[in-house]
Design a protein around this ligand. Structure first.
Ligand SMILES: Cc1cc2nc3c(=O)[nH]c(=O)nc-3n(C[C@H](O)[C@H](O)[C@H](O)COP(=O)(O)OP(=O)(O)OC[C@H]3O[C@@H](n4cnc5c(N)ncnc54)[C@H](O)[C@@H]3O)c2cc1C
Length: 496
């Protein structure tokens, strides 16, 4: 059932088994999965059916990083930011879950194998037909050799998957409306999660509507699914009983706020392989746009640094993506001549733009905190203080240089790197993560390996705020996989 909280009586108390706060990809996935398992769910969503300026303003944080396009990056309405996401998907790599000696605070409490079954179930929710492996996509390797990825290579080919992109509001609205076990209240902004006197059990949540209604939800279990900023803000501002906010006994809530550096870094010109007309990656990409490989990303193909190379150079994860740009430009002539002079068969030559998606290291000084300004409901507004470390930038620079060297070593392409030290490193992807990080030790993370807030028996978190590190990968497939895993835990517990 989908309801407008503005229309309920002032002072209404909704009772449920599970209360979900936020109806984006995480909240909707959780609510529908729990309802199918026979659990009564109340969803409280701040926005309405469409984004509106007042609700956007309610959640707009103060932004301390000049040029970081934070304001426009979140949508507060049914479906959350799937209103405008791009649909680029990929699971995190097994290496992303490991602890790396050169990355402080790295290491997840779970492994990729723990998430594998949930990644498989997450695919249809995002309308991704299947997860291809490289071996399955290989076609005619004799005439279409790999551009990169040969023995001892520092980069490996990666497959990006494509969601259409799934917009959760139109796609799942009908299911929410007809589910008997769901009451989804729109225009209900949760202003506080209120625990018992010693802060160990949540007793209720308080919500307000733009029309002046106050309501409350009492449930056995509560899940924050308010996005990477919203989850931290709500924990911090839930401080009427516990000073400093919930789950914040070790001053970790909001810290390690991460995004993904994401920008164009150069161009590349390549000549044809000796054996045939084009490289495997281009061939596959062309077949993809013809419809031959449904579920492979439409915009570009990519390569990532190998785990060995990351360890050798103490690098964070990084993918270099190649965007086919057609005919070479005039400025590419010298590079082409050089390649031809080196004995490459050559024509036709083609050009690519290079972009990166890269990892930001977890940094306690990079954080979401509460400012002094109050929103329309009297909550202290969030302040986003995202800080890239010099080492984060150096890691991307080094990765791009290694990519250029690798292409030079292979001899069939030349890379021209833009000036990577310009301030546009602050172009980030809008993937807010890390602010309620998972860790087995409460001194190292806000939540445990299931996403339960340490020290609080019935409060969980869903979304990318759980990620201890983010790899180079866009987060939504992992958000949905983790949420399905949580739904399984909560659903099983309720029917046991
Ligand atoms: C421009 C852009 C492009 C992107 N493209 C991609 C992509 O190609 N691939 C990818 O994987 N990811 C992409 N992302 C990221 C993706 O959009 C997010 O990872 C995903 O939408 C997060 O889902 P969520 O449910 O965790 O949070 P959100 O989508 O942020 O949803 C949270 C919901 O909770 C509600 N809420 C918050 N606080 C409260 C409160 N106190 N009370 C009640 N409700 C509350 C909000 O109104 C919102 O509707 C992109 C992001 C941006 C900005």
């Amino acid at each position: 059932m989908l309801l407008d909280a503005n229309a309920v009586e002032d002072g209404t108390v909704v009772e449920a088994d599970v209360c979900v706060i936020g109806a984006g990809a995480a909240g909707i996935t959780l609510a529908l999965t729990l309802a199918r398992a026979g659990v009564d769910v109340c969803v409280l969503e701040s926005g309405g059916l469409q984004p509106d300026p007042a609700t956007q303003a309610l959640h707009a944080p103060e932004n301390r990083l000049p040029g970081y396009p934070l304001q426009a990056s979140r949508v507060h309405a049914l479906g959350g930011s799937t209103f405008h996401w791009g649909g680029l998907c990929r699971p995190l790599d097994p290496d992303d879950f490991l602890q790396h000696a050169w990355v402080e605070l790295s290491g997840w409490p779970i492994s990729r194998a723990d998430l594998d079954p949930w990644y498989v179930r997450a695919l249809p929710i995002l309308d991704i037909p299947r997860a291809w492996t490289l071996a399955e996509t290989d076609r005619d390797l004799a005439t279409h050799p790999r551009l990169m990825g040969s023995v001892n290579a520092s980069f490996q080919p990666i497959l990006w998957l494509e969601s259409p992109p799934t917009r959760f509001a139109p796609k799942y609205r009908g299911d929410l409306e007809t589910a008997d076990r769901i009451r989804c209240l729109l225009h209900a902004t949760v202003t506080e999660v209120v625990p018992n006197a010693d802060g160990t059990i949540v007793e209720r949540v308080e919500a307000r509507t733009p029309g002046g209604r106050r309501l409350r939800c009492r449930a056995r279990r509560y899940v924050l699914a308010g996005g990477g900023l919203g989850n931290a803000q709500l924990l911090l501002s839930s401080d009427s009983v516990v000073r400093g906010g919930l789950g914040n006994g070790h001053d970790l809530v909001g810290r390690c706020f991460m995004d993904h550096p994401n920008q164009f870094v150069g161009s590349m010109v390549a000549v044809a392989p000796a054996a045939g007309p084009s490289y495997q990656e281009e061939y596959m990409f062309a077949r993809r746009t013809e419809g031959g490989l449904r579920g492979i990303w439409r915009g570009f193909f990519g390569f990532s640094t190998t785990p060995d190379v990351r360890a050798q150079h103490r690098l964070l994860a990084c993918a270099v993506n190649l965007h086919p740009a057609g005919e070479p430009a005039v400025g590419d002539t010298a590079a082409i001549e050089e390649l031809l002079a080196a004995g490459r068969p050559g024509r036709p030559a083609r050009r690519f733009w290079l972009s990166v998606l890269a990892e930001q290291s977890p940094n306690p000084e990079s954080r979401i905190l509460l400012g002094e300004e109050r929103d329309a409901f009297g909550r202290r507004k969030a302040v986003a203080d995202l800080r890239l470390r010099p080492a984060d930038v150096r890691s991307v620079e080094k990765s791009v240089r290694l990519f250029a060297l690798e292409t030079a070593r292979l001899g069939h392409a030349r890379v021209r790197i833009f000036d990577v030290e310009r301030p546009s490193w602050h172009l980030l992807a809008g993937h807010h993560s890390g602010t309620t990080r998972m860790a087995d030790d409460p001194r190292a993370g806000v939540t445990d390996r299931d996403g339960r807030v340490h020290g609080i028996a019935n409060l969980w978190v869903a979304g990318s705020s759980l990620f201890p590190t983010g790899g180079f990968v866009n987060p939504t497939l992992t958000i949905v996989a983790l949420t399905l895993r949580l739904a399984n835990r909560l659903g099983t517990a309720s029917t046991a």
